[in-house]
Design a protein around this ligand. Structure first.
Ligand code: SF4
Length: 362
């Protein structure tokens, strides 16, 4: 049967924003067997096709009908910076003209071989959460990304990883621009695409979604993506301090009490521990009292704490904690049995704090 373009939406549909099931249904609506949708899926998300012509195992008439009624939304690289420590940051332009940034973070052994290659993806342009220490938060919210735009960031960085390190990306973290759980559907779709054997084929355990702590969404996420890691941007251990730097904490539905219950639900439901991201700000959240309060938060449920050395952002008024203070802080946590890791900011010579490259070029 001939394809019937009139059967599908009149506005061009973005195939890169569709799930495997939706592509199969689309193929059927266009008079094709369902498996054509799966072939299409493989071309888009497994092989990274950018044109219909290269999809050579699809019938020509089907490809032509697709070209008339659908588009392959993609992102376009516009700038790149490489730091001395090997971190690569790329700026991409979306179809709308808005810009986002993505970072590739190599973790190398003593011989310089990459043990781990992590891509930090953006999920939104700008962010509505307005955290006072964050460059992206100062932009306000501009746009959600589609699942395809999120996956394409990984695809471009995967090419970069192969070229520079001779191996593919091993981990993906949703810690770039935006609050992933406010772009819930497309973030979940992108998780499905990245973990599909016909797509990117990553294990869900290699993915981490980071949230500012939206309690209701965390509960939902526990059901929808129980094998994906969850990180919570805590950054302060009391309601008073957290509300001072993170407006989200000022609402009862998303304050520390609500977060505690959501996290307990998450860990019970998934059997996974949660990671608290804690950016150290000199003189604000790095005192002994803060360490004791943070240990209290860490005791809510199985968890670990990731201390982050802050990359100061010009004009935002926060500075980096000293190494001595960091050591004392860690000792207090360890004495209380809290598993702690420290993340040194990567790519300090290339504007690697979240949102800085896009803000400068925006
Ligand atoms: S820290 Fe994250 S949640 Fe807060 S404003 Fe920045 S991007 Fe948004």
């Amino acid at each position: 049967m001939d394809p019937k373009p009139s059967d599908i939406a009149t506005d061009p549909v973005d195939l890169k924003a569709m799930s495997r099931e939706e592509l199969e249904a689309l193929a059927e609506r266009m008079g094709q067997p369902r498996f054509r949708g799966r072939q299409l899926f493989k071309w888009l998300f497994g092989k990274g096709a950018t044109t219909f012509e290269e999809m050579t195992d699809l019938p020509k008439a089907f490809r032509q009908a697709l070209a008339e009624t659908a588009v392959l939304g993609t992102i376009t690289p516009v700038a790149m910076q490489t730091a001395r420590d090997g971190t690569v940051k790329r700026l991409f332009s979306l179809g709308s003209g808005e810009r986002i940034e993505t970072v590739l973070i190599p973790d190398c052994d003593e011989d310089g071989r990459a043990k781990r290659l992590t891509v930090c993806v953006s999920s939104q342009v700008g962010c509505a959460m307005a955290c006072s220490f964050c460059a992206t938060g100062q932009m306000g919210f501009r746009q959600n990304l589609t699942a395809g735009e999120i996956v394409d960031q990984v695809r471009f960085m995967n090419d970069e990883a192969l070229e520079r390190f001779g191996r593919t990306v091993t981990n993906v973290v949703y810690m770039g621009m935006g609050e992933p759980l406010l772009n819930y559907d497309h973030v979940l779709r992108s998780v499905a695409l990245l973990t599909d054997a016909d797509g990117f084929g990553l294990s869900p355990k290699r993915l981490t979604v980071s949230t500012v702590g939206l309690a209701r969404r965390i509960r939902q996420f526990a059901h929808d993506a129980p094998r994906v890691n969850l990180a919570v941007s805590l950054h302060a251990p009391t309601d008073e301090k957290r509300s001072a730097i993170m407006p989200v904490n000022r609402r009862a539905a998303t304050d520390l009490g609500a977060l505690r219950e959501a996290i307990r639900h998450y860990t019970r439901q998934t059997g996974r521990r949660v990671t608290y991201e804690y950016c150290m700000f000199a003189g604000f959240n790095d005192t002994d009292d803060d360490a004791r309060a943070l240990a209290g938060v860490a005791a809510w449920a199985p968890s670990k704490v990731n201390l982050i050395m802050y990359n100061p952002v010009e004009g935002l008024g926060f500075s980096r904690t000293s190494e001595e203070r960091l050591d004392a802080f860690i000792r207090l946590l360890v004495r209380r049995g809290v598993p702690v890791t420290v993340r040194r900011s990567r790519g300090q010579d290339i504007d690697a704090a979240c949102g800085q490259l896009a803000v400068k070029n925006g």
